[in-house]
Write a protein that binds this ligand. Structure first.
Ligand code: ZN
Length: 176
């Protein structure tokens, strides 16, 4: 099957600011094609996660997963996951900070603190339930992708806006 890489919307596009709709129909050819395209798009961009609104599909669908990548080489592995209509609760209120990047904010990073431990649930593309507790980068990437479904981008969550900038400038300054 041909690889289908879709254009990734960038910050400023109002579609990234919409609240996405739940998915009603599972295990359909359209949904499977969308999920395949999301994985192809994420892989081509070397991302750790992708939410459907980032390719202009305003549905509550996210994918994520990481073995090792150039973008996030210092973090632990995260299982490859399709999560639809997700929900979560915070298990550990302690906040952990990561230098986050986003395929919709290319070339930039920012330091964001989020709850360190969560429990999430959702459905996969077949409608089968998924329930997991997550911590570390796994918890961060889930919360980052979840935000996309509500039209929130990580720069909205910066507490210190000096810890935000272009990757090469931050590196040159020794900040990140
Ligand atoms: Zn993102």
């Amino acid at each position: 099957m041909a690889v289908a890489v879709r254009p990734i919307l960038r910050i400023g596009d109002p579609r990234l600011r919409q609240v996405s709709d739940p998915v009603d129909d599972f295990d359909t050819p359209e949904l499977h094609e969308l999920i395949r395209d999301m994985f192809d798009t994420m892989a081509a961009a070397e991302g750790a996660g992708l939410a459907a609104p980032q390719i202009g599909v305003l549905k509550r669908i996210m994918i994520f997963g990481i073995e090792s990548s150039s973008r996030y080489r210092d973090v632990e592995a995260v299982p490859t996951t399709v999560l639809i209509n997700p929900e979560f609760e915070v298990l550990d209120e302690v906040r952990q900070g990561f230098w986050e990047g986003c395929l919709s904010v290319p070339g930039m990073r920012g330091y964001v603190e989020r709850p360190a431990g969560i429990f999430y649930r959702g459905l996969d593309q077949y409608g089968e339930p998924i329930e997991r507790s997550a911590e570390g980068f796994h918890a961060i990437v889930f919360q980052h992708e979840y935000d996309h479904l509500d039209g929130i981008l990580y720069p909205d969550r910066l507490e210190d806006t000096t810890k935000f900038g272009f990757v090469d400038e931050l590196a040159a300054a020794g900040i990140s």
